[in-house]
Design a binder for this molecule. Structure first.
Ligand SMILES: [Zn+2]
Length: 288
């Protein structure tokens, strides 16, 4: 029999995240209870509590520096009162002093622990997109891709799908050309290269894919599949018949395939260049 004196184990309260972790990773419009909100408390004024907001260093992606860097806040005297505090935080990359990150936040109360929520941030929230993705889809489609990314981050499936779909439909020729560059570097014959030129100007995506299917370098296959076929499959679904959630799944698939293809193209071109220079060095080596 169970010992009645033995109490069931208490569920540990979920560990609160810090204000810094919240700023680094939380999307806008989501309220969260966090700790370490306050840097220094001030004497009680007019019977209420007051304090200064903590403005911790953050680890954020810096596009200029090309990686995660320490960002620091330009203001450490943001005053909080026992009410809703609408505040604006400006951060700067400590390494290059060029990249900025701005947050608009609302903080309830002036105690160390309590609810906070982002009202917005600039550049917009979301994991960074590698520059090679923009090279693949064309720089002029950067903004449309980022719009898609924002919609995807907010769970707006129909919106995200429509943005990505438009990019792939408009830029399939550009994507085919980038794949062709890899084929050429890997020594594709002039006949194969002609299929890429023909496919680039083909308006029907399915026909274009058919034309170059033999010429796609093996190193660009994603899980054994032709990346263009994967994109085409994702585009073939009719927007009107899908739920928002189905659109979101398709949108994410399109983005993942584009990102993976951009990675593979970049790696394949680098490897081809390294191989070429290694062979060149060997051939030029004087035999003594
Ligand atoms: Zn930087």
């Amino acid at each position: 029999m169970d010992n009645p004196a033995e109490k069931p184990p208490q569920k540990a309260a979920p560990k609160l995240r810090t204000f810094a972790q919240f700023l680094e990773t939380s999307p806008p419009d989501v309220a969260e209870e966090v700790c370490e909100r306050v840097s220094r408390a001030t004497p009680i004024r007019l019977g209420g509590e007051a304090a200064y907001l903590s403005t911790p260093d953050l680890q954020l992606h810096c596009e200029q520096c090309g990686g995660v860097r320490t960002f620091e806040c330009s203001d450490d005297s943001i005053y909080l009162v026992e009410a809703l505090n609408y505040k604006y935080l400006r951060y700067e990359c400590r390494n290059c002093r060029k990249t900025e990150k701005k947050f608009a936040v609302v903080i309830k109360g002036a105690s160390g622990t309590g609810p906070v929520q982002k009202l917005g941030e600039l550049p917009p929230f979301g994991p960074p997109t590698p520059p090679r993705v923009f090279k693949l889809i064309g720089e002029e489609y950067r903004e449309l891709f980022l719009q898609g990314r924002r919609a995807e981050n907010k769970g707006l499936g129909i919106g995200a799908y429509a943005y990505y779909r438009r990019i792939v439909e408009h830029q399939k020729g550009q994507i085919i050309e980038e794949i062709g560059k890899v084929a050429k570097k890997l020594g594709a014959t002039p006949e194969v290269m002609k299929t890429f030129t023909d496919a680039r100007s083909e308006t029907q995506f399915a026909t274009a894919i058919e034309k170059i299917k033999k010429g796609i370098p093996e190193s660009l296959l994603i899980d054994g599949h032709n990346p263009l076929t994967l994109l085409h499959t994702a585009l073939s679904e009719g927007l009107h018949e899908l739920t928002d959630q189905e659109c979101l799944t398709l949108a994410t698939s399109i983005r993942v395939v584009l990102t993976e293809l951009a990675d593979r193209i970049s790696t394949a071109l680098k490897e081809a260049a390294t191989l070429k220079s290694a062979v060149g060095r060997l051939l030029n080596r004087k035999l003594t």
